[in-house]
Design a protein around this ligand. Structure first.
Ligand SMILES: NC(=O)c1ccc[n+]([C@@H]2O[C@H](COP(=O)([O-])OP(=O)(O)OC[C@H]3O[C@@H](n4cnc5c(N)ncnc54)[C@H](O)[C@@H]3O)[C@@H](O)[C@H]2O)c1
Length: 309
């Protein structure tokens, strides 16, 4: 097992954040099919928030090859270095299939998901680095609050470019890489905001004026099931993870100015609280790993029961 200092030395010595760690225990820490061991994982919007948490979940589940994509190169690379430092010395208790040691390689890549060229370039870098990609999560997304009459069109367009077209570009490049290699798993991050049909009491839009966001997340859900059908026989699965109100940097900033809103969100959630980002860890690993191998075109909601009342 590497010490933190050794890991940091290795980081300084490498432009790409790459170090070696060893696992010492033969005892598996989860069912083998839930393992991300040996899988190359890629997450968009990974510099912070839920995307960053998904990366941590994969690393905790044995992933050792990972790409973090985000809008700003520096933030993506910093996040990759932070995770490398945090996980370099960790003993997972998973026996590496080829012996006692595994490479840990985490790269940060600049990518604007709203630009098809940028997405293609990022995938090119990932394939050049790792040779394949097995699990892709489209988490990059934005939300804004404007009432419908006040929402400037250029901002609506930008939101759809990121939330809808960004998810499509990401999924399409993922499938282009996965089909020749025999398959893979894609997860698109939608939201409970896409689920109004299941919320007779918590009517959609009752708190935040965000019609384009809600529509964008509904589009992502429908996109996933449509792509799932297109690629089902090619070994590429496409599923959806829909979080409820989660405490990320983004929502904490909103709530810092409005503590009453937090109480309202909590009171509308049957479990009586907002979710912590790590509450999504089990669901993202399930959807991205072989544990869900007969599942495609499905959605998992992790929302403390918000959508059932
Ligand atoms: N936080 C919640 O409560 C919540 C609930 C439901 C769904 N979601 C969804 O989860 C996803 C992540 O949300 P979050 O709370 O972590 O948000 P966040 O703002 O904390 O993180 C989003 C990340 O995406 C990046 N990003 C933004 N535009 C981008 C672009 N064009 N290209 C690449 N990266 C870009 C940002 O730089 C940031 O790192 C979003 O799709 C969001 O809609 C969040």
């Amino acid at each position: 097992m590497l010490s933190l200092r050794t890991a940091q030395r290795a980081l300084r010595a490498s432009a790409v954040s790459s170090v070696r760690y060893s696992s010492t225990s033969a005892a598996p820490r989860s069912l083998p099919s839930f393992s991300m061991e040996g899988k190359v994982c890629m997450v968009t919007g990974a510099a912070r928030g839920l995307g960053n948490e998904f990366c941590r979940a994969f690393l905790q589940s044995g992933c050792t090859s990972m790409a973090l994509l985000d809008l700003k190169e520096e933030e993506a690379k910093n996040a990759a270095q932070e995770l490398t430092t945090a996980f370099a010395g960790v003993c997972y208790g998973i026996q590496a299939s080829d012996g006692n040691e595994q490479d840990l390689k985490i790269i940060g890549v600049e990518c604007d998901v709203s630009s098809e060229r940028s997405v293609q370039k990022a995938f090119g870098e990932i394939i050049d680095t790792f040779g394949r990609v097995d699990a892709v999560v489209a988490s990059a997304g934005i939300v804004e609050n404007y009432s419908a009459f006040d929402y400037p069109f250029d901002r609506i367009k930008r939101l759809y470019d990121i939330n809808v077209h960004g998810a499509f570009f990401t999924a399409r490049e993922a499938a282009r890489a996965m089909i020749p290699q025999g398959g893979g798993s894609i997860v698109l991050v939608s939201s409970m905001s896409a689920n109004n049909e299941q919320r007779p009491l918590n009517a959609i839009n009752n708190l935040q004026p965000q019609t384009p966001y809600n529509a964008s997340k509904a589009a992502v859900k429908h996109m996933a099931s449509s792509l799932a059908v297109e690629w089902a026989k090619k070994g590429v699965r496409v599923n959806v993870l829909s979080p409820g109100y989660m405490l990320t940097k983004l929502t904490k900033t909103i709530l810092a100015h409005d503590p009453e809103l937090k109480r309202t969100w909590e009171s509308l959630t049957p479990m009586g609280k907002m979710g912590e980002p790590e509450d999504l860890a089990g669901a993202i690993v399930f959807l991205s790993s072989d544990a869900s191998r007969f599942m495609t075109g499905s959605e998992i909601r992790v929302d403390g029961g918000y959508c059932i009342i």
